[in-house]
Design a protein around this ligand. Structure first.
Ligand code: SF4
Ligand code: SF4
Ligand code: SF4
Length: 583
């Protein structure tokens, strides 16, 4: 008979601001206060990621002692006061010291009105500079994706934890000693000289304006003003699930129609949907997968849509480069098709077409510059901007976003299926691929399209999918550097038997990309942001009639009229690429 050990969770009861709170042993005072609905201010703290008690803004009073609540374990009988005069004075003093080493020029700062430091200064009623200001200005803008401004850095260490522990890239750290200690790229180098994967996760987790994307909006304005250019914009699936947040809409509101209308007001000649190219990706990648399975090619096949993941692989797992799908990302497939097929169809010189992509991702800025992606010396995409940059352009043009009437994407390259829109969430590419591959392998239109087992935020999702009596497809879905490292070490050591793996560099996939609207940590503690944004994509998927990529009528036409068939010679020239060993 099996012996089952029961573990009984120990609880402790403490008093916070006169309120009795019972929590599991090991809970911090900060977490216990949250359970009781008591808000203790934080700055360096990042739930589950950075609990170091570095800034001491979360100081509380326990038995007349001042202690940092984020690292203080709750104890039985403890009496905590979060709002005494001493506590408030100390918090103000700490904040004044931080501001003394900080370039507090808020009106020109990228994070003005969305800054945790600014919010705190307001909340704590800090209205004067107590200490003389002294800060050094050093801006690292060599990276195509991330700009780092030392004069705004408050050395909270959030980016260090994200880069090291969540993404396992490890290019940020604490450098120098004693009072010269500061957060910076390792060896005090530029991020461009290190193995930074350009994911931008450090940006979306920085509480202040010390990290930002490389702003390319000027290049877009210039192109829009240039009468000799035919300027086309394409938008990635995840953008529509988050853009509304920049205009005050609740997290998880889909704004496709308003986004399209805003892009037309900005003056783009055509507004197309990257989802079209996501459908093409499934045709190309699905064919590649079937080809490798049938011909005994290199397996597992690993997806290649996430440029952060691609650079991660090139630096850390170059031995797995043969496993990478040779497919370009949907962003670049779209650009290549616009400058070949669309140009031909409309009698345009590809050199006159200027392609702008709006992406949830800062790594896409690096991707568009990769030489391996060029076709006959022409770049697929000219400029890649983030969701935040698009919002900035809409605000700059004084477009009243909330009042815009919904509009549709332009024809042909605006046509897409439900399979394409879910590319923006972790598991989406896999689900889209299964929908098509299962139909091809069985030769039937399989009715079931909801493959729930690859959805959700679990770090690694695995499944064995029995397609028919002869074929079982073993798949895995992984997102976020630490999960990727854990899974790929097993793949490298031959401990797995997967046929296909979907990898996304950002935790949660593109909905949580480094180019998406920045949500303050206080809100992230209440709302699971990637989950809510992903729901908007799954709703969009359920709302359409065609939910499989091979059902897209314009994609079918593209193959009939131009590409021939998936993985054809022309498809390979335009839509596939090679990779670089960066070790
Ligand atoms: S980081 Fe915040 S406090 Fe500092 S200048 Fe920018 S908006 Fe102001
Ligand atoms: S760059 Fe931002 S997240 Fe990193 S230490 Fe400085 S303030 Fe904190
Ligand atoms: S962009 Fe990503 S890899 Fe580069 S420093 Fe930031 S978190 Fe690290």
């Amino acid at each position: 008979m099996k012996t089952v050990m029961l573990t009984i969770e120990k609880k402790v009861t403490l008093t916070i601001d006169g309120k009795k709170v019972t929590v599991p042993e090991g809970t911090t005072v900060l977490e216990a206060a949250k359970t009781a609905g008591i808000h203790i201010p934080t700055l360096c703290y990042l739930e589950d990621i950075n609990k170091v008690g570095a800034c001491r803004i979360c100081t509380v009073e326990v038995n007349n002692r001042l202690q940092a609540a984020c690292i203080l374990p709750a104890e039985e009988g403890m009496v905590v006061k979060t709002n005494t005069s001493r506590v408030r004075q100390l918090r103000k003093h700490i904040l004044a010291l931080i501001l003394a080493n900080h370039d507090s020029n808020c009106p020109t700062c990228i994070r003005n009105n969305n800054c945790e430091l600014q919010t705190l200064a307001n909340e704590l009623n800090l209205r004067e500079e107590i200490f003389e200001r002294e800060y050094a200005r050093h801006v690292d803008d060599m990276s195509p994706s991330v700009v780092r401004d030392d004069s705004k850095c408050i050395n909270c260490g959030r980016c260090v934890s994200i880069c090291n522990e969540v993404q396992t890239v490890g290019v940020l750290g604490f450098v120098h000693r004693s009072d010269r200690t500061k957060v910076a790229p390792v060896y005090d180098k530029s991020l461009a000289e290190l193995s930074c994967i350009n994911c931008g996760q450090c940006i979306v987790n920085c509480p202040v304006g010390a990290l930002r994307e490389k702003d390319n909006t000027d290049l877009v304005w210039e192109a829009l003003a240039d009468k000799s250019k035919y300027v086309i914009v394409q938008t990635a699936p995840a953008v529509r699930a988050a853009l509304g947040e920049e205009f005050g809409l609740p997290i998880g509101t889909g704004v496709t129609g308003k986004m399209v209308a805003a892009l037309r007001r900005l003056g783009f000649d055509k507004v197309f949907d990257t989802n079209f190219a996501a459908d093409v990706t499934i045709m190309e990648e699905g064919t590649e997968l079937l080809g490798r399975i049938q011909s005994g090619g290199v397996l597992p096949l690993i997806t290649s849509c996430s440029p952060g993941w691609i650079k991660f692989c090139e630096h850390k797992y170059p031995e797995l480069i043969p496993n990478l799908s040779s497919c370009k990302s949907p962003q670049n497939m779209m650009g290549a098709l616009l400058k070949s097929h669309y140009a031909k169809m409309n009698g345009l010189d590809p050199k006159d077409i200027f392609v702008v992509s709006v992406m949830p991702c800062t790594a896409k800025k690096f991707e568009v510059q990769r030489e391996e992606l060029e076709v006959d010396g022409i770049r697929d995409v000219d400029v890649s901007i983030t969701t935040r940059e698009l919002a900035q352009m809409i605000k700059e043009a004084r477009i009243d976003f909330l009042r815009l009437e919904d509009e549709h994407f332009d024809e042909y390259y605006g046509e897409s299926t439900g399979a394409a829109v879910i590319f923006g969430a972790t598991g989406g590419v896999m689900e889209a691929a299964i929908r098509t591959v299962a139909d091809i392998l069985t030769g039937q239109e399989i009715e079931e399209v909801n493959y729930e087992f690859v959805r959700g935020m679990e770090g690694v999702k695995e499944a064995r999918i029995k397609i028919n009596e002869d074929i079982t497809l073993n798949v895995a879905v992984v997102h976020g550097g630490a999960n990727i490292t854990a899974l790929l070490d097993k793949v490298k050591n031959g401990e797995t038997d997967y046929h296909f793996i979907e990898v996304m560099a950002c935790p949660g996939g593109c909905v949580n990309g480094g180019g998406q609207p920045i949500v303050p940590d206080k809100i992230k503690m209440e709302i699971n942001v990637p989950v809510e944004r992903a729901k908007a994509l799954y709703r969009a998927d359920s709302a359409v009639k065609r939910r499989k990529s091979h059902q897209n009528p314009m994609v079918k036409k593209l193959y009939e009229d131009f590409l021939g068939e998936p993985n054809s010679e022309l498809a390979h020239k335009l839509l596939h690429t090679t990779y670089v060993n960066r070790q």
